[in-house]
Design a protein around this ligand. Structure first.
Ligand SMILES: [Zn+2]
Length: 288
């Protein structure tokens, strides 16, 4: 029996995963890496997708021009921050990522998905407004049309179909999940088994106490919400785990999830639960 190559070199390839790493299967297979970009901007970028011509980036809050509770790279136009500063932050984020201006939607915690094309690219980007009204997921199938959703605790979800050259950016809070945003976003794709899904930093179960009405509403759509109950504390919703479970139930097999909690990391992420008046980070997705 012959092991390795015929020339005798490299009998076995080195293990691709560090076996001493934490045993959480999601974390150990994650290809999301924190990347330091220009102007002090950082983002979690999927390095594998990037090599294959698709950008999926979850921005962090350093490097922008906003101050106070919005410091610094606030990308949310409706956060209460000066819109001119947000527009400048958006320009800087796109420049740092090497992409043209992204298309963003006026999000409303619903289940509406909108497709955007070259005609929408960058439109009204600098005017302190979002070009697409009333949508919590954007889908793009053309190069040069980056899409974004902005979040501060809600789950930012990217869906990529490499074969169809199609990407979606989804804003999934508990209301959106209960309203069916995951189902409607998946409906924009031909085959869920072909999708690569990425769940970015969001509020974790340690910081997300909810009432029974929230658990009930999410469970009605998602099958069963992932809830943590221990001791005297109120039940806590694990929203990222709930999103993962529902995606898997709907046939998505390739899925990775950041384990970062936005409320645990105020230096890196905005958290509505943690801070109240605050900015928004973004999930930005683009076919390059
Ligand atoms: Zn936390």
């Amino acid at each position: 029996m012959m092991w390795g190559r015929r020339d005798g070199r490299g009998a076995l390839p080195p293990p691709e995963e560090d076996l001493s790493a934490p045993t959480n299967p999601v974390a150990s297979f994650s290809m999301l890496r924190p990347i330091a970009l220009e102007d002090g901007i950082s983002a979690l970028v999927d390095v594998s997708l990037r090599q294959r011509g698709v950008l999926v980036a979850f921005t962090e809050r350093g490097g922008g021009v906003s101050s106070g509770p919005f410091s610094a790279l606030n990308l949310g136009m409706r956060s209460g921050d000066d819109r001119a500063l947000v527009a400048e932050n958006r320009r800087r984020a796109c420049a740092a990522l090497g992409i043209p201006a992204f298309v963003a939607a006026h999000q409303f915690h619903g289940s509406v998905v909108r497709s955007v094309g070259p005609a929408d690219a960058g439109a009204r980007f600098d005017l302190g407004d979002d070009v697409v009204s009333g949508a919590d997921a954007l889908v793009a199938g053309a190069s040069g049309v980056p899409i974004a959703v902005t979040v501060a605790d809600c789950v930012p979800l990217a869906l990529v179909d490499m074969a169809a050259r199609r990407v979606a950016a989804v804003h999934a809070g508990w209301r959106g999940v209960a309203a069916g945003i995951l189902r409607s976003a998946l409906a924009a794709f031909e085959d869920p088994a072909r999708i690569e899904a990425l769940i970015g930093p969001a509020v974790g179960p340690d910081h997300y106490e909810v009432g029974p009405e929230v658990v009930e509403a999410v469970s009605a759509e998602a099958g069963r919400a992932c809830v943590v109950e221990d001791g005297p504390r109120k039940p806590r919703l694990d929203l990222p785990a709930t999103v993962e479970r529902m995606l898997r139930q709907l046939g998505v097999a390739h899925l990775q999830r950041s384990n970062l909690c936005t409320a645990c990391e105020p230096g890196r992420f905005y958290s509505y639960r943690g801070e109240g008046r605050t900015g928004r980070q973004a999930l930005i997705a683009a076919l390059l």
